[in-house]
Design a protein around this ligand. Structure first.
Ligand SMILES: CC(C)(COP(=O)(O)OP(=O)(O)OC[C@H]1O[C@@H](n2cnc3c(N)ncnc32)[C@H](O)[C@@H]1OP(=O)(O)O)[C@@H](O)C(=O)NCCC(=O)NCCS
Length: 191
């Protein structure tokens, strides 16, 4: 359930192998550890990260913005954590929520190098997506991947995301504009 505190709406869920929760303003150390430890692993798949991603104090301002967005229902940033909730194994972010007649958002995610290939991101997203679809009335969740990111493409296909297009030079990943396959998961409309 979404609960409300001064820092914004909070959602905590348990999946078979993880504790999953929205970020809070105090999470700077956890996120610094995650991005430091996985800096080289994530580099080919992500935008070039500002140095502030790798220092605790760099997270203060960013977490303030992120929790403000959560409070306003504009984005939801999730930490995927070990069962004791001591370490971040990955992140899943539902951002740029657009309301009104669109009810849509973008999904982005990453998992620690040490946690790859165990079905954890699928487990996290099958836990999160139905809750967000229902509680935030998200009708369209969009996720895009580089054609060579086969693991991400396979994950999205397994989750039911459908290919909708192909965009040239769509996102600047690791310093280069890269083509992306565009996909979306649309909540079925009852007849
Ligand atoms: C994309 C990414 C999140 C996928 O994470 P993941 O947890 O490995 O993905 P899944 O949950 O789909 O797991 C599937 C893998 O787990 C294996 N697996 C093991 N146990 C499993 C289980 N119980 N259930 C399902 N799959 C299982 C599958 O065989 C598959 O392995 P394979 O890819 O070697 O064939 C991850 O590779 C990543 O962080 N990549 C770098 C960042 C990135 O690309 N982000 C996305 C940009 S679009």
């Amino acid at each position: 359930m979404f609960g409300y505190r001064s820092s914004g709406p909070r959602l905590s869920l348990t999946s078979p192998r993880m504790q999953i929760r929205t970020v809070a303003e105090r999470d700077g150390w956890l996120l610094t550890d995650y991005y430091q430890e996985n800096r080289d692993f994530l580099m080919p798949w992500e935008p070039l990260r500002d140095e502030s991603y790798f220092h605790h104090h760099g997270w203060d301002a960013r977490l303030h913005v992120m929790t403000t967005q959560q409070k306003q229902g504009d984005a939801f940033y999730f930490l995927l954590m070990d069962p004791a909730a001591q370490q971040v194994w990955g992140v899943a972010n539902f951002t740029q929520v657009i309301r009104g007649c669109f009810q849509a958002c973008y999904l982005g995610y990453s998992l620690a190098g040490a946690q790859q290939g165990n079905g954890l991101m699928h487990e996290a997203l099958t836990t999160l997506i139905p809750v967000l679809q229902k509680q935030q009335q998200l009708h369209r969740i969009m996720a895009n991947y580089m054609p060579r990111n086969q693991r991400s493409g396979a994950l999205l296909a397994r989750l039911g995301f459908e290919k909708e297009g192909y965009a040239r030079d769509y996102l600047k990943i690791n310093g280069r504009w890269e083509d992306h396959v565009l996909t979306a998961l649309v909540t079925p409309t009852p007849d």
